[in-house]
Design a protein around this ligand. Structure first.
Ligand code: KG4
Length: 342
């Protein structure tokens, strides 16, 4: 049988990435982060698209080189169609279209959120492969999304709960910014939290029905509490940053796990996965492990490099779409906002 070799391209936010998967197995995954945003405390869309333009050719070249694959061997090109920043997406989308047309091979559009979930199906050479069994629940938590998804198959996913305002990662990043820490705040808060007391402070938790989330109240509560404490002690943040980080993280994790527990119990599903940038968080990972022991969940936690944006997850999604012959036409536009079942 002919080898199926997919090149995948991810450019939805501030990471330019390309990966190669051969017959379902990952051969390379190259990610170029964009340091340019650090000075601004957040992603500057125009700078992101310009950096993608500079990075895309060397990143794709490097991914093919590390995989030891020539462009003529490729079976198809998969790309992130959305959601994401329009200017960033356009770089990857246009590159993928031009490259596929020049090679006369099929194009596969990939939903970035589906990619985060299918990161659990990335098979690496020499690494034990234990993917979740369908149907499973996935807590998808990133800088732009917080959702609980029932994953029925590779291409059938239903969102049963989502944030009604900020995403979990966005809330952590904004609180970290208020504390004057660097960008992105998630990894910094994670590191500080490991040395702090998660019960030191209490912040507001939402009362939202069903499986939906809300994080804007927590953000406001964090901001107002800090303001009061700083009035009494101008060095409050510096003196208590570990406890603040640990308490903030514990609140976010509790909000997420409360809803996930409810969904798992109501739907009687005990195959539970976590995905997205915030799934790199050690507090959240520990909470998953504790729930596995306490509630008999079978948990699936991705490898760190597959939590934040990467092309390996886009490429594996492209691989399954290739098996279904689910190709797209060259006139397909990028989309900035969408959930599943586009
Ligand atoms: O999935 P991702 O790379 O991009 C989106 O698609 O949004 O997620 C980025 C988010 C950011 O909010 C970042 O702060 C957060 O993931 N993040 C973390 C950690 N690492 C990344 N949040 C908490 N703890 C971490 N270790």
């Amino acid at each position: 049988m002919k080898d199926i070799i997919i090149l995948g391209i991810e450019s939805s936010c501030d990471d330019t990435s390309a990966a190669v998967i051969k017959n379902g197995e990952l051969l390379s995954n190259v990610v170029a982060n964009q340091a340019v945003h650090e000075a601004y405390g957040g992603v500057v869309p125009e700078l992101a698209s310009r950096a993608h333009q500079q990075n895309i050719v060397p990143v794709v070249h490097e991914a093919l080189k590390r995989a030891n694959i020539t462009k003529e061997q490729l079976s198809a090109i998969a790309f992130t169609r959305g959601p994401g920043l329009m200017g960033s997406l356009l770089v990857g989308v246009s590159f993928a279209k031009g490259f596929a047309r020049s090679l006369n091979i099929p194009l596969i559009d990939v939903n970035h959120l589906q990619g985060h979930i299918l990161a659990h199906f990335i098979k690496e050479p020499g690494v034990e492969f234990v993917p979740p069994q369908f149907p499973f629940l996935c807590l998808l938590v990133s800088g732009g999304n917080s959702q609980i998804v029932i994953v029925k198959s590779y291409n059938k996913m239903d969102v049963i709960g989502q944030t009604i305002d900020d995403a979990a990662g966005e809330a952590i990043d904004k609180c970290s910014k208020v504390m004057g820490l660097g960008y992105p705040g998630g990894p910094i808060i994670d590191k500080l939290a490991r040395q702090g007391n998660p019960k030191a402070y209490t912040f507001a938790k939402p009362h939202i029905p069903n499986y939906d989330f809300s994080f804007s109240g927590l953000k406001t509560s964090f901001l107002y509490s800090l303001r009061d404490w700083i009035k009494e002690d101008p060095n409050f943040i510096e003196n208590h940053k570990e406890d603040l980080a640990a308490s903030l993280e514990a609140t976010v994790v509790d909000i997420l796990m409360t809803k996930l527990r409810k969904a798992a119990k109501d739907l009687k599903i005990n195959e539970i996965a976590v995905a997205g940038g915030v799934s790199a968080n050690n507090g959240l990972r520990n909470a998953f492990r504790e729930h596995a022991t306490k509630y008999g969940w079978k948990i699936y936690i991705p490898k760190f490099s597959f939590t934040t944006d990467n092309a390996a997850m886009i490429t594996i999604t492209g691989y399954y779409k290739y098996l279904d012959k689910d190709f797209c036409t060259i006139d397909l536009p990028a989309f900035s906002r969408v959930t599943f079942n586009k």
